[in-house]
Ligand binder design. Structure first.
Ligand code: NAD
Ligand code: MN
Length: 476
């Protein structure tokens, strides 16, 4: 398989202006396997400026039916290359191949959905009294910067690029430095499918080298970011200077709430993958489990039994459920949390060590007796670690759930309809699932309350975020 190893913009492969390259390491083997060009500030300026020219000279005025057809062609092209996309994803971040295949097809599905949105997203006519006529337009913004993380590189790149393009913008996409391959592939395939040169620019490179230049470029009208809360805050500060539009999808510390009246056995069996999937590197990871005390002990037993059944190993094997962490640095960060838990006297019900000698692996780890002011309880760990705690009183449990500065996702297990509705209203999170652990539906809005972010990806809500709303009044 040929590695997509260069910048892809203005419809062509390019080396970076500086000639700098980043070495990629396979996290499952710790072996370097290739190099990718790393964009620098001169490349950012060139890519943004030509995207602006392409936007002004035609992309914004492409007829809706034509834009719809192009996005459908992109989706078809992605579907023809799902296996290649999945292989690349697994190679650079160690994601189990079965998950990588699902996420490749999710990316294609996102393009199909937003191809349909092109012709259905529109303004309103508004009655404003006698003597005039009022209508609204949803207008594209111009050049949108999309900055994405390494944990779900391909689907997140798609769910930012597709609605931004559908709304009539040009996109400059910056993948994380650990995961450039599938973003570059997306640029190449979209171009091959008929997206005009300059409409989707892909700039692999490090955030510290080019992030600020991209975010502050005066021609970038909107920054759509997914990543850590710290970098999100930094981007918001930069964007404040010229009131740039932003949407931020940030960290999480999502609750998994289990009542005794629920099918708690099924909850216990399915909950390990709600936190350990993607080796815990998931912004929606259900990393705090609240279990009603009367069933907490048997719940924990089943949870641990199910955890021990998980297949940790070579991400290229189709049966593997957990691969390595993405990097040595990420594993070191998670191990600092574990050291803190040990020092604070938490109980390790299972896991805590390294299961293999090669690769950045870590065992799925279940912590009990974690105090509410411990780091493991409060902070996003972004690794395969869960805290399970009993609760007695519903109102106090909700206060504990909402004490987190985050509010991204969550699960609630109960068969009591009134309780389900009451708690669904009370939990401070942008996404909640009842008797399930699903968080992402292409058709529905996804995003966070509080420090988990601002704005929404996916669904029609994303189209709001890639357009300006204009009101026009015409006197009769
Ligand atoms: P990160 O914040 O380190 O990096 C995200 C992206 O920002 C990368 O492309 C990085 O290169 C770039 N970046 C870094 N410095 C920048 C700067 N100064 N200006 C502009 N861009 C810059 O996050 P990560 O480690 O790649 O991803 C993990 C984090 O992402 C976790 O906190 C996780 O919760 C979050 N996340 C959130 C969601 C969500 O939808 N809410 C989804 C996935 C991941
Ligand atoms: Mn990072």
């Amino acid at each position: 398989m040929r590695l997509p190893a260069q910048l892809f913009f203005d419809g062509a492969w390019r080396n970076s202006a500086s000639g700098r390259r980043t070495t990629l390491i396979n996290p499952a083997t710790e072996e370097p396997f290739g190099e990718v060009a790393a964009a620098d500030v001169a490349d950012v300026n060139a890519a943004v400026e030509s995207a602006q020219r392409v936007w002004e000279s035609g992309w914004r005025d492409v007829a809706p039916g034509k834009r719809e057809a192009i996005l459908h062609a992109v989706a078809r092209k992605l579907r023809e290359h799902l296996e290649e996309i999945a292989q690349l994803e697994t190679l650079h971040i160690g994601k189990p191949i079965s998950d990588a295949r699902d996420e490749a097809s999710l990316g294609a599905r996102v393009f199909e959905y937003y191809a349909g949105a092109v012709t259905k997203f529109c303004g309103q006519t508004i009655p404003v009294g006698r003597g005039g006529f009022d209508f609204t337009l949803r207008q594209p913004m111009g050049v949108v910067a999309a900055i994405v993380p390494w944990n779900f590189p391909f689907p997140i790149a798609c769910w930012k690029a597709a609605p931004a393009l559908a709304a009539g913008n040009c996109v400059v996409l910056k993948p994380a430095s650990l995961s450039p391959l599938t973003a570059i592939k997306l640029g190449e395939l979209a171009h091959a499918a008929g997206l005009p040169p300059g409409v989707l620019q892909v700039l692999p490179g490090s955030g510290s080298a080019i992030g600020d230049a991209l975010v502050t470029h005066p021609l970038v009208r909107k920054v759509s970011f997914t990543g850590s809360t710290g970098i999100g805050r930094h981007i918001m500060e930069l964007a404040a200077r010229d009131l740039k539009r932003i949407s931020l999808e940030l960290g999480g510390k999502s609750p998994n709430i289990v009542f005794a009246d629920a099918d708690w056995q099924r909850a216990a069996e399915t909950s390990p993958m709600s936190v350990f999937a993607n080796t815990g590197q998931d912004c929606c990871a259900r990393s705090r489990v609240f279990v009603e005390r009367s069933v907490c002990e048997p719940f924990v037993d089943r949870f641990i039994a199910a955890t021990k059944m998980l297949l940790v190993g070579d991400p290229l094997k189709p049966e593997t459920q957990l691969g390595p962490l993405v990097s040595a640095a990420q594993r070191a960060t998670v191990e600092e949390f574990l050291a803190d838990a040990r020092q604070r006297g938490s109980r390790f019900a299972c896991g805590g060590g390294r299961p293999r000698t090669k690769g950045y692996y870590l065992e799925p780890t279940v912590l009990l007796d974690v105090r509410k002011d411990d780091r493991c309880w409060r902070e996003e760990i972004f690794g395969p670690v869960v805290c399970i705690a009993p609760f007695d009183d519903e109102a106090q449990m909700i206060r504990d759930v909402n004490a987190s500065p985050y509010g991204l996702s969550g699960s609630l297990w109960t068969n009591d309809l009134r309780r389900a509705l009451r708690i669904a209203k009370a939990v401070e999170s942008g996404v909640l699932s009842v008797n399930s652990h699903s968080s992402v539906h292409v058709e529905a809005p996804f995003g966070g309350f509080k420090q988990s972010g601002i704005g929404r990806d996916l669904g029609m809500a994303a189209m709001d975020g890639y357009t300006e709303l204009k009101n026009v009044y015409v006197a009769e």
